[in-house]
Design a protein around this ligand. Sequence first.
Ligand code: NAP
Length: 483
Amino acid sequence: MVSRVIPVEEFDLVIFGGTGDLARRKILPGLFRRFLSGQMPSGSRIIGAARSDLDTDGYRQMIRAAIAEFGGVEKSDTKIEEFLAQLHYIPVDAKGEAGWKELHDLIRFEVVNAFYFSVAPSLFGDLAERLHTFNIADNDSRVVVEKPFGRDLATAQELNDTLAEHFNETQIYRIDHYLGKETVQNLMAVRFGNMLFEPLWNNHYVDHIQITVAETVGVGGRGAYYDKSGAMRDMVQNHLMQLLCLIAMEAPSQFDADAVRDEKLKVIRALQGVEPHHIVRGQYDAKGDKASYRQDAEDPKSFTESFIALRCEIANWRWAGVPFYMRTGKKLKARSSEITVVFKDLGHSIFPGDEKRHRNILSIQLQPNEGIQLQVTIKEPGPGGMRLIDVPLDMTFADALGLDADDSPDAYERLIMDVMRGNQTLFMRGDEVEAAWAWTDPIIEGWKARSDVPKLYDQGSSGPEDAMALMHREDRRWRDIKE
Ligand code: NAP
């Protein structure tokens, strides 16, 4: 099935930090793919802005190389020339005066204009202020901001306040690229577009929910930077929290940005604090010649976690008493992100000799392959009586819908096009981010107060043994981490 491409309106997109890693690896290759799909109108312009002393030609060379390395598409010389012709570059210093007047003269106010802050958050305030001082942004402009959005509630509030001095909330697009994934949106379609699941989606029928985001990579290369955050700040507060919201939220009255985000916010606010014995933190150990977390982090005494597993509950009528288990970690056995809804056991089996526990399990995979599977119990085919087996009803999208992986935009591409459309549904609102930090902060403070030391785990494993015990002692099991 070929995905339908609806072109967005003509735009000027300024990428502050246009020479940086994120711009070269994700944003520009993503925009190129949208250009190839016909979604980016020919009059649109992408303007790289950073301090590097480049001209537009030099920038085009840089981005040509980036697309060749990270583009993920067949090289097409004529197409890439057409795309590069839409690129411009202006040397701009976020903290100085250089470049701002030139940027003002280049920007067109008659088309959609957006400013992507792909720079360190410490520069957000400088950028926002200068966009206004130099009359570059107006009330229709959009700003896109990257994670991390703060490192605790206080810093997130500060960032929100800084942005709010110059922009309305309707102009601010806080990116969480997990929300741009096809499956995440499909999760809402499955939940709110079918009669089948809604009656069962509550504490009467759901035993528990698991969310796993496992990575095989370590923190090597950016260890010192990662060591200041850790898995809780880097993954749980944002990505896993957003997934939890989508799985647990009530149906919004309609599918619009504020209605969806209102419901997500209610989930975060209903999250209970987490007891210390319901959290396991870990650090990967050295293995052969492979460095340990502490070596990668360049701090032999680091207490920062590269793995976390926790059990939490949502105090509302739908979910009271249902445990939500979340875990994420680096250097685990496979790269896999999965949300799993495990339904309760049947109260009574009518089939003699069938002593196995049969459970319906809905599992939603986000990576590496996106898809949804529903485990159902059926009769084992053939003679020999009523023997029951569990089989998956597989809705792996690539198979079921014949989607070509290249057809399906990646998360960044989709989100950038949503910015151009002015659709904030898949972006975090300021109050959501603050509520998430308000839940996270006491947990992190608790570790500090207790001088909590993370448990070591083997590289290539599923994390520390204690993370298994977190489930085992409640007679539950984590799903196997596999690609
Ligand atoms: P990076 O490679 O260090 O790039 C930073 C960019 O900011 C460069 O283009 C740099 O260019 C520019 N810059 C620095 N100081 C500036 C100033 N005073 N005025 C104007 N431009 C300035 O960082 P990155 O990895 O691309 O990350 C950018 C943002 O995205 C960060 O907030 C990061 O946390 C977030 N993020 C990154 C990733 C990723 O995969 N890389 C993933 C998620 C979120 P010049 O040196 O030429 O000025």
